[in-house]
Design a protein around this ligand. Structure first.
Ligand code: AMP
Length: 298
């Protein structure tokens, strides 16, 4: 049975319909409808629990040339491993649908796990290069799950443009590499990180910070800004990174990494380079693992 519904925003009087699809045939038909007459379809892949960072991706897809925008909400079991708690991942389908409708989303793809991975599924996509190190080490198999689900989402929707947040810099590079390597005709549009007023990068996981941790959390961004400034100023990279890590530990973080890398390949850099550079950080605060990154001027 095809499951594809319409949702209207009665409260705001917005009668523009947003389609909600829960099976693949309905999704394919809806996407084909949105792509008629050369209209370009944008895609925003998410795991739900949406915040303003996700909504910025919708706007960015439009700015990049999408005539219609689809969002997917799928908590992808393939990208979680034993150490990540799949069951603990926040879910708020009703809230998400309201936000997407209010943001002018045209279509929402909400596949059940069996629609994404039917019994007998046996194919995965393994990206080497930018998958290696950092989150690849911290979460073995994570990028295999990300690359596999993103390839499926691109092929399921036939989207012309997909928007991804710079917040997950390594993921952005993995997905860009994968689409290029597999000749998938899609533009991967990077979107700058949306931050809270105090600098903390918005994340679905921030809700798990207690009040004290939430007050400390912006220190990660402050330390990264200082590190990036010092590298630009010419202070020795390894020394600056070691000092940055010490500052994080002193503030109560358990840093996993704080590293300067080549922006596209993620090769670690021991000194600054004329090519684009990125500062990557992951640090635990209580039980919450915070991720952040920023560009570094040479
Ligand atoms: P998630 O639902 O956490 O898997 O994220 C879905 C998409 O939203 C990914 O492309 C993320 O990089 C992006 N995203 C998450 N947080 C932010 C943020 N604070 N600013 C911009 N994009 C974000």
């Amino acid at each position: 049975m095809a499951v594809c519904g319409l949702s209207r925003n009665a409260q705001s009087g917005n009668l523009r319909a947003m389609k909600i699809c829960r099976d693949l045939p309905s999704l394919r038909a809806a996407c084909a409808g949105l792509r008629t007459s050369g209209r370009r379809l944008g895609l925003v892949p998410t795991m739900g629990a949406l915040h303003d960072g996700h909504l910025a991706l919708l706007a960015a897809a439009r700015s990049a040339g999408a005539d219609a925008v689809a969002a997917s909400i799928f908590v992808n079991p393939l990208q979680f491993n034993a150490n990540d708690d799949l069951a603990r991942y926040p879910r708020d389908e009703d809230g998400d649908l309201t936000k997407l409708r209010d943001a002018g989303c045209d279509l929402v793809w909400l596949p059940p796990v069996e629609a994404m991975y039917p019994p007998g599924s046996a194919s995965v996509i393994e990206v080497a290069g930018p998958s290696q190190g950092f989150e690849g080490d911290a979460r073995p198999g994570h990028f295999r799950g990300v690359a596999t689900v993103c390839a499926k989402l691109f092929l399921q929707t036939g989207a012309d443009i997909a928007a991804f947040g710079e917040k997950d810099w390594q993921q952005l590079q993995v997905v860009t590499r994968m689409a290029r390597d597999l000749d998938i005709p899609i533009l991967i549009q990077p979107v700058p990180t949306m931050r809270e007023a105090d600098g903390l990068a918005m994340s679905s996981r921030n809700r798990f910070l207690n009040a004290e941790e939430r007050a400390t959390a912006p220190v990660l961004y402050q330390v990264m800004q200082a590190v990036a400034r010092d590298i630009t100023a010419g202070v020795a990279v390894m020394q600056v990174l070691a000092e940055g890590k010490s500052r994080l530990i002193a503030a109560g973080f358990a840093p996993d990494y704080l590293a300067l890398v080549a922006a596209e390949t993620l090769e670690p850099l021991k000194q600054k380079s004329a090519a684009p550079m990125r500062l990557l950080a992951a640090a635990k605060l209580g039980t919450v693992r915070l991720l952040d990154d920023m560009g570094v001027v040479g």
